[in-house]
Design a binder for this molecule. Structure first.
Ligand code: ADE
Length: 236
């Protein structure tokens, strides 16, 4: 039980676990909690950013929406880490593949998150700091993906502030540097985790294949997400 609250999270006495899954969409957090967790209890309704705590295979775990973009995930992860003592933060979401060989429905596990955001400037680093995920969580996630026979790519992703890009050449430049896929949050999460000395990871399902323009339907995405979620639930 906790009587703590923040401007964006008000658990009203409910607990938040040390390990949390972080989908962008709060309704996906509800779906994950109701589908996978035993005895799920809602710990946040502020701004409808739903969060739940329950147990998975006997272990307490939480799941909460983050909203879209680095500003949104950064404020929620900051409050989860600094007020509620969360120590393992695992983003689960969709990404757009930037590489021919990273196909629709494949899993991408972020080793690092490059970014076009200015978020990292607050740390005052005199150079280019690389936001990395936790190697402990990364290694475990890759092992679980291999055990399941899932196609899982490990590498650099791009956390972009821009979904509708005015310049269609930009993504190609990241792709030429070997960046696997684009999403919009992980660099902020990894930076907050590193600054606080806690662990973070990003696991994604490819929802669109940018080189070919192919994309999944919302219904197809639902099934593809299962592998990613089941891997994430084992981590901590
Ligand atoms: N998430 C899924 N697909 C994406 C894309 N193309 N750009 C940014 N975020 C995404």
């Amino acid at each position: 039980m906790t009587d703590l609250s923040t401007p964006h999270i008000d658990p009203q006495g409910e607990t938040i676990a040390e390990t949390i899954l972080l989908p962008g969409d709060p309704l996906r957090a509800k779906f994950i909690a109701e589908t996978y967790l035993d005895n799920p209890r809602c710990f946040n309704r502020v701004r409808n950013m739903l969060g739940y705590t329950g147990t998975y295979r006997g272990r307490e775990i939480s799941v909460m929406g983050t909203g879209m973009g680095i500003p949104s995930i950064s404020l929620y992860s900051h409050e989860l880490i600094h007020t509620f003592g969360v120590r393992n933060l695992i983003r689960v979401g969709s990404c757009g593949s930037m590489q021919e060989h990273v196909d629709l429905y494949d899993v991408v596990i972020a080793q690092g998150a490059s970014t076009d955001s200015n978020y990292l400037s607050q740390f005052g680093i005199p150079g280019t700091w690389a936001p990395l995920s936790s190697y402990r969580l990364l290694e475990h996630a890759k092992h679980l993906a291999d055990e399941r026979g899932a196609t899982a790519h490990v590498g650099n992703i791009l956390s972009s502030d821009i979904f509708y890009n005015a310049d269609d050449q930009t993504l190609g430049k990241w792709a030429r540097m070997g960046v696997l896929a684009v999403e919009m949050e992980s660099a902020g999460l990894f930076a907050n985790a590193a600054a606080a000395g806690v662990d973070a990871l990003g696991i994604f399902t490819v929802s669109d294949h940018i080189p070919s323009g192919r994309r999944t339907t919302p219904a197809e995405r639902e099934t593809a997400f299962t592998t990613m979620i089941e891997i994430a639930l084992e981590l901590g």
